[in-house]
Write a protein that binds this ligand. Structure first.
Ligand code: ZN
Length: 144
């Protein structure tokens, strides 16, 4: 693992969404709120979900932490819009598998956007950064 590779990962995958994270902010109305932390890195995410029946209607997040955690949170909230809870939990499990470097079915169209983040799996210390937002989402929908 060379410094150059990590440097490239940051530039190509991480930095751009981090500069302009999507769905950052606060949701109005009735929402589920979940806070989750990744103590090994110091990341914190506050996730707000609007769940109606078995569908996720909207999501917003507020986060402090490293660029990988923020970038992944932004990507997760993009993938979540108008999905059913079941579908999003399945996506989260697939995402975890990707982060652990497992082979997954890359034909899944929704995964195109997050495939770039798979490169984080080469850096085991950062995997928890990448999965933090997804774990928060899973916790939120299971509390519903
Ligand atoms: Zn982190």
């Amino acid at each position: 693992m060379s410094f150059n590779n990590l440097d490239q990962l940051y530039r190509q995958v991480i930095m751009d969404p981090h500069k302009t994270p999507r769905n950052k902010g606060v949701l109005a109305g009735d929402t589920l709120s979940v806070e989750m932390k990744n103590p090994t890195c110091g990341d914190r995410i506050q996730l707000q979900l609007q769940v109606e029946g078995d569908s996720i209607r909207d999501v917003k997040f507020d986060a402090e932490g490293c660029s990988i955690s923020t970038s992944s949170a932004s990507t997760m909230t993009e993938s979540i819009q108008e999905k059913t809870v079941d579908d999003e939990v399945k996506m989260s499990l697939l995402f975890s598998d990707m982060m652990l470097g497992k082979e997954i079915d890359t034909e899944v169209p929704e995964l195109d956007d997050i495939e770039a983040l798979q490169r984080v799996s080469k850096f085991p210390a950062r995997i928890k950064c990448a999965t933090l937002a997804w774990k928060a989402m899973e916790k939120g929908v299971h509390e519903e």
